[in-house]
Design a protein around this ligand. Structure first.
Ligand code: DGJ
Length: 731
C-alpha cells in the first residue's frame, strides 16, 4: 500500500519506492506536514514538528499557552488569515471582504488509480500501473469553503503529484486571489535553490543559490511559462552533486503565468511554493461551484541530480503526453526556416526535400511564410489561407511532390496571434487582447488573440482543419512568438478580468485537445520563439518542443543541459544548422553539431541543396547513426558527466545508458582548445559492474569503466567532439 491513513495517531503517509512523505492531523485538525525525504518505515514522525513557545507570533485561539502558532509549524496547505505569515497556499476573499480561510481536516478517502481534473490536463496512470490517490477534505465552517487536496503516488516511479480543488459551499460568491498547487515545508535543513533562468536564444541556464532568510520569488508574467524562468526547479543540500546527496524536484503541469517562492523562516524552517501566478489573478467561484488549480509534481532523490532527472524523465515519457508519438521513434525533420526564412517557393521546398533525402531526412517542414501576404514578419498572421501564388502550386500539390521525394510533409502555424495588417484583424479587431481606449502593446508587430473566447477558438479550429484536411500533412509546428500583454477581454465583467490569464490557458488547452484528438496521426511540435513555453502542460499535447531558436552547437550545450534536468531527451527539438551559425556567427564542425543535436529529436535547419557531396555524405552518416541509436537515446537513462557551466572544465560530457545496461552512448564536446592538451579521463555511470563492454577496440568491465574510467582523445581542434558507442559483450 502506497498510502496509509492511520486514524489512531492521525498520520497520513505516502510511500514511494525510495521516499516517504508524511502529514499529521494536528490536535485541532490543522493539516500539518511532518516529513518528506528518504524512505523510512511507517512511523509517527510528528515529534519533528516544532512545539516550542511561539512568543509573539499569532496563534489560533484554541492553541493554549502560546504553543504552536501556524507561523512556526510545517503545514500542508497554509492559508491567509491563519497566523502563518510566510508565503501561503491559499488566499480567499470572502463575501464580507475579509481575506481569511481557516481550513481544518474533515475526511480523507484513499482509492486505487490516479485522480484527474475536469478543467486541466494531468499526468495519468498507464493501464495496469499501480497508482494510488488520497483525497483529503479540509473545511472552513465560517467561510463555507472546502479544499480537496489530491495526492497521487506513483510508487515505482518515486513520484507524488498534487492537485487542489476549492469549493464554495456558501450562498455568495467568493474570490480566489492566490492558490499554490505545491507547498512544501521542511523543519530543518540548509538548502540551495537550483532554478533555470534565461532569455530568448539562451533558455534554461542553471543558477544555484542559497535559500536564505528572505523570500526568493520567481515565475512568469509572460502569459506563457516563459524563457526567463522555467517552472521546473529543485532544492538540494549544499553538498549535493550529480550522483550524491539529497535533492527535491518540483514542476507544474501548466503553460501560463506561474509563481514559485523559496524562503527560510526566522526559526530555520524552509518553505517552497509553486502554483498559478498571483499577479492580476482573481477568480470568482459562484455559490456551489469550484475551482481547480493546476497539478504539481514532485520527487525526492538521495542520490543526487541524475536520479532526480531519471524520475522526471520516466514519468514524462510514460504518463503525460496523450499523443501516440510520445512512445514512438520520431522522423528526422528538415525545416526550411534558417534555410530560406520567408523567401521560398514550392519548387524551392521540393528542391530542399530532394537533397534532404540524400542526408537521410524523413519529413520536410514548411515554416513561416506560406499563407496570406506573409513576405515578412509584419503582416498576415491570422490569414491562414494558402498563398498558392507564392508557392506556385496548391498545398496538396506541394505535399504530394514532397512525398514523391520520399519525405513526409509538415507545416507551421502560429494560431494564437494576429497582425494588425491582416484580413482577420480588419474583420475582427475585437478578437484581440487590448485594454479599452488604449493602443495595444506590440511584440514582433503582432497582437494576441483572445483564446478565452469560444468563437475565436472555433475560428482557429476551422481554419487549421481546413488546411490540414487539404493536403497530405504529417506534422504541425505550433509556434507562439510574443509574450501576452493587454490582459482585457470584453467577454468578462470588470470584476472578473483577473480570470483572463487562466481562461486563456484553458482556451489554449481546449483548442489543442480538439485538434490533437482529431488528428492522432499528426505529430505536433511546440515552439514559442524557441523554448519560451517548454513546460509539462504543452507536453501533454505535443511530445516534442523546439528547445531554442539558438542553433549554435556550443550554446546549445548549456541550453540542453539545463533542459535535461526535468525534460526527457525525447522532448527536445534539436537541429543541425549551418556554420557560421546564424545566431552568433560561430564556426563548428558538422560532426559536433550533429553529436549535440543527437541529444534530442534530431533534424536539420538548413538548405541541404547547398551542401557539397562530401558534406552530404557526412550528414547522412550522422543521420544514420542517430537512427541507429534513437531508441537508446529516447528510452535510456541520461547522465550529465560534466557541466558546461563549470568554467574549470572545457569538455562537456554526457552519457545515455539503456535500461538493461547493455548499451551506452557517450558524447564529449570540447568547448575550448588549448596547446599541448592533456589527456582527459572520464568515469562512466550507470553500467553494470559485472558486465564486460566493448569500447571501440577494447573490452573493459563495467567496474573498470565506472571506477577507473576511459581515456578520451586529446582535443586538438576548435569545438571537436567524440561519440563512443559502448555495448555489452559478456556478463
Ligand atoms: C520562431 C520560431 O522559433 C522559429 O523556429 C520560426 O518558426 C519562426 N518563429 C518563424 O516566424
Amino acid at each position: 500500500m502506497a498510502i496509509i491513513l492511520n486514524n489512531e495517531v492521525g498520520t497520513i503517509t505516502l510511500q514511494t519506492k525510495h521516499s516517504t512523505y508524511q502529514m499529521k492531523i494536528g490536535r485541532f485538525n490543522n493539516l500539518l506536514h511532518s516529513y518528506y525525504g528518504a524512505k523510512i518505515p511507517e512511523e509517527d514522525l510528528s515529534y519533528l514538528l516544532f512545539d516550542g513557545e511561539c512568543h509573539f507570533a499569532p496563534y489560533p485561539y484554541e492553541f493554549e499557552n502560546r504553543h504552536g502558532s501556524l507561523d512556526i509549524l510545517t503545514q500542508e496547505f497554509p492559508t491567509a488569515g491563519s497566523g502563518d505569515l510566510r508565503s501561503i497556499g491559499l488566499d480567499i476573499e470572502n463575501p464580507d471582504g475579509t481575506d481569511v480561510v481557516d481550513l481544518r481536516f474533515v475526511d480523507a478517502k484513499i482509492y486505487s488509480g490516479k485522480y484527474s481534473l475536469e478543467s486541466l490536463p494531468t499526468f495519468y496512470a498507464k493501464k495496469g500501473e499501480q497508482v494510488e490517490t488520497i483525497e483529503i477534505i479540509l473545511r472552513d465552517d465560517i467561510s463555507f469553503v472546502e479544499a480537496h487536496l489530491y495526492y497521487a503516488v506513483f510508487e515505482e516511479k518515486d513520484i507524488i503529484t498534487r492537485a487542489i480543488q476549492v469549493k464554495n459551499l456558501g450562498n455568495d460568491e467568493i474570490f480566489v486571489k492566490r492558490i499554490q498547487s505545491l507547498v512544501l515545508d521542511f523543519n530543518s535543513g540548509d538548502f540551495d535553490l537550483i532554478h533555470f533562468q534565461g532569455r530568448w536564444a539562451m533558455e534554461r541556464q542553471l543558477e544555484r543559490l542559497p535559500i536564505t532568510h528572505s523570500i526568493t520569488s520567481f515565475g512568469s508574467n509572460y502569459g506563457v511559462s516563459g524563457n526567463r524562468q522555467n517552472p521546473g526547479f529543485l532544492i538540494a543540500d549544499k553538498q549535493t552533486t550529480e550522483s550524491t546527496g539529497d535533492c527535491y524536484g518540483f514542476n507544474l503541469v501548466y503553460s501560463g503565468n506561474w509563481k514559485a517562492t523559496a524562503e527560510k523562516s526566522a526559526l530555520g524552517l524552509t518553505r517552497i511554493t509553486l502554483g498559478l501566478g498571483d499577479e492580476n489573478f482573481r477568480w470568482k467561484i459562484k455559490a456551489g461551484e469550484s475551482f481547480e488549480a493546476p497539478e504539481g509534481i514532485m520527487t525526492f532523490s538521495s542520490q543526487g541530480f541524475s536520479q532526480l532527472s531519471h524520475n522526471f524523465h520516466d514519468i514524462i515519457r510514460e504518463n503525460l503526453c496523450q499523443s501516440k508519438f510520445s512512445q514512438m521513434s520520431r522522423p528526422v525533420i528538415i525545416n526550411n526556416w534558417e534555410a530560406t526564412y520567408f523567401d521560398f517557393t514550392g519548387e524551392k521546398l521540393v528542391e530542399i526535400a530532394r537533397s534532404a533525402r540524400e542526408i537521410g531526412a524523413d519529413l520536410l517542414v514548411m515554416d513561416d511564410g506560406w499563407f496570406g501576404d506573409r513576405f515578412d514578419d509584419n503582416r498576415a498572421l491570422g490569414d491562414w489561407q494558402v498563398n498558392e501564388e507564392k508557392l506556385g502550386m496548391t498545398l496538396n500539390e506541394l505535399s504530394i511532390r514532397v512525398n514523391k521525394e520520399g519525405l513526409k510533409f509538415g507545416i507551421w502555424f502560429e494560431p494564437e496571434m494576429v497582425n494588425e495588417d491582416s484580413k482577420l484583424y480588419h474583420q475582427h479587431p475585437d478578437w484581440v487582447l487590448n485594454f479599452p481606449k488604449r493602443k495595444p502593446l506590440l511584440g514582433r508587430n503582432q497582437l494576441n488573440l483572445d483564446l478565452s473566447k469560444e468563437k475565436v477558438r472555433n475560428y482557429l479550429f476551422e481554419v487549421i482543419t481546413n488546411v490540414l484536411d487539404s493536403a497530405s500533412i504529417s506534422y504541425l509546428k505550433w509556434d507562439m512568438n510574443r509574450p501576452i500583454s493587454d490582459w482585457y477581454t470584453n467577454n468578462l465583467p470588470a470584476k472578473q478580468q483577473g480570470e483572463l490569464q487562466h481562461r486563456y490557458i484553458l482556451g489554449l488547452y481546449n483548442l489543442l485537445e480538439r485538434l490533437t484528438k482529431r488528428y492522432p496521426d499528426i505529430l505536433f511540435e511546440g515552439c514559442a520563439s524557441g523554448g519560451a513555453r517548454f513546460d509539462l502542460g504543452m507536453l501533454v499535447y505535443q511530445p516534442q518542443i523546439w528547445t531554442s531558436d539558438n542553433t549554435d552547437a556550443i550554446n546549445r550545450l548549456k541550453i540542453q543541459y539545463g533542459t535535461s534536468f526535468f525534460y526527457p531527451i525525447s522532448s527536445m527539438g534539436t537541429h543541425v544548422s549551418v556554420t557560421p551559425n546564424h545566431q552568433n556567427g560561430r564556426l563548428t564542425p558538422l560532426s559536433t553539431r550533429a553529436n549535440i543535436a543527437m541529444a534530442g529529436t534530431y533534424g536539420y535547419e538548413l538548405d541541404s541543396s547547398k551542401l557539397c557531396d562530401f558534406k552530404k555524405e557526412e550528414a547522412l552518416l550522422m543521420t544514420n547513426k542517430y537512427k541507429e541509436y534513437q531508441n537508446l537515446i529516447f528510452s535510456g537513462k541520461y547522465y550529465r558527466l560534466t557541466s558546461p557551466f563549470d568554467i574549470k572544465i572545457n569538455l562537456t560530457i554526457w552519457q545515455i545508458v539503456s535500461k538493461n545496461q547493455e548499451e551506452c552512448l557517450l558524447t564529449a564536446v570540447a568547448t575550448d582548445s588549448e596547446g599541448n592538451p592533456p589527456f582527459n579521463y572520464i568515469k562512466l555511470k550507470g553500467l553494470n559492474s559485472e558486465f564486460l563492454y566493448k569500447v571501440e577496440n577494447q573490452v573493459l568491465s563495467g567496474i573498470v569503466l565506472m571506477n577507473v574510467g576511459i581515456k578520451l582523445k586529446q582535443s586538438r581542434a576548435d569545438y571537436s567532439s567524440e561519440q563512443i558507442y559502448i555495448r555489452k559483450v559478456k556478463g
